[in-house]
Design a protein around this ligand. Structure first.
Ligand SMILES: *Cc1c(COP(=O)(O)O)cnc(C)c1O
Length: 364
């Protein structure tokens, strides 16, 4: 039987052709393809502006920089996310404050957010492809005059009350990493409705140079530019992402049906007001059995992964913020129970059955 990987980028003839065209064009670094991709992203997310960068991490760093988050500021985020969400805050010399999550969606729980004098911003994460509770979070940010960043790295195409991922907060940040629902190998994108933030972001990604003012530096910057090769791939992927997401949703529905009568498996929860794009299909099992299930699946050539095995507040490089075991009981509990199963568009119906059967066998 062939291996079922946890993720698999789908690169078809269109992507290959687009890359070859770029390679023959003589223009490899940021150019017209990148600009076109940005335009398409604004249409897709229904926002005014987009700026491409070369990773989701670069997008988060750029967002925090352009929002003026720096030394002495605190940014609140979830402890149950990929490390880049927190590291981007450290890159700006600011402090991270964590706040516990909800056990059903795994997203930050707005009711638990505690704002202090030092709080400057909130980074809400759309974990596993489902949007955070933006009604409450946006209201909070407004009331306390905080900046809001949407980490939409895992959520392209997802919706909340009809609004698309990428349209929440002051700036949203996408990742186009190889395993994400839309990929260009590596890549990132910021989206915003604020023209000033957009201009600043475009300078920051390219050494503080304004457009048409090469070697005139207006501000600090990095080289966070996207290549034309990445943009050409992403342009083709963007045409397909709704179809890919639809297959992910169908696969999720199938798996959830297959687990319906399996005791001890908690299947993913989709909020009624949200459209989940299932970047990950994450179940929960008894914490005493989880690692056995992982081993069993691996032994049977089924890729699976634990996102995430350790909440960020227990990470050694964040020790100085003084968190300890017990501070965020929900994040700590789910981190011992979660398990993500293959859900990507290349997984076949019979493979979904194989996956569900293997989980059942491992638990019995
Ligand atoms: C993937 C991811 C990032 C970082 O994106 P890269 O492109 O890998 O730098 C940030 N936040 C979340 C939630 C992610 O899943």
């Amino acid at each position: 039987m062939k291996m079922i990987p946890i993720a698999r980028p789908i690169m078809e003839e269109e992507e290959k052709k687009a890359v070859l065209e770029v390679l023959s064009s003589g223009m490899l670094a940021q150019g017209k393809k990148v600009e076109e991709l940005e335009r398409r992203f604004t249409d897709y997310c229904k926002v005014k502006y987009a700026a491409a960068v070369n990773s989701g991490t670069a997008a988060l760093h750029t967002a925090l920089y352009t929002l003026g988050v720096g030394t002495g500021d605190t940014v609140i985020t979830s402890p149950f996310t990929f490390v880049a969400t927190a590291n981007s805050v450290l890159m700006q010399g600011a402090n991270v404050a964590f706040s516990d999550i909800k056990s059903d969606t795994f997203n930050i729980d707005p009711e638990k957010i505690q704002i202090s004098q030092k709080t400057r911003a909130i980074t809400a994460v759309d974990l596993f492809g489902q949007l955070a509770d933006y009604d409450r979070i946006e209201a909070m940010a407004k009331e306390h005059n905080l900046r809001l960043i949407e980490d939409s790295a895992q959520a392209i195409g997802a919706k909340y009350k009809g609004r698309k991922a990428g349209s929440f907060g002051d700036i949203a940040c996408f990742s186009l990493y190889a395993t994400k629902n839309l990929t260009s190998g590596e890549g990132g994108m910021i989206t915003t409705d604020d023209e000033d933030l957009w201009q600043k972001a475009k300078m920051f990604r390219s050494h503080g140079q304004g457009s048409g003012s090469k070697y005139h530096y207006n501000d600090l910057g990095f080289n966070y530019r996207m290549t034309e090769i990445s943009a050409a791939i992403a342009l083709e992927q963007l045409k397909k992402v709704d179809r890919f997401n639809e297959i992910r949703r169908e696969n999720a529905k199938t798996l959830t049906e297959l687990f319906a009568d399996v005791p001890g498996v908690t299947t993913p929860f989709e909020k009624p007001e949200s459209l989940h794009v299932f970047h990950q299909y994450t179940i929960m099992v008894d914490r005493k059995k989880r690692d056995h299930v992982v081993q069993y699946l691996k032994k049977n050539d089924i890729g699976c992964a634990i996102f995430y095995p350790k909440p960020l507040h227990l990470s050694v490089h964040l020790e100085r913020f003084g968190y300890k075991e017990g501070d965020f009981p929900i994040a700590e509990d789910v981190s011992k129970r979660v398990l993500s199963l293959p859900i990507h568009p290349s997984v076949s119906e019979s493979e979904l059955e194989t996956i569900a059967d293997a989980v059942k066998e491992a638990l019995s």
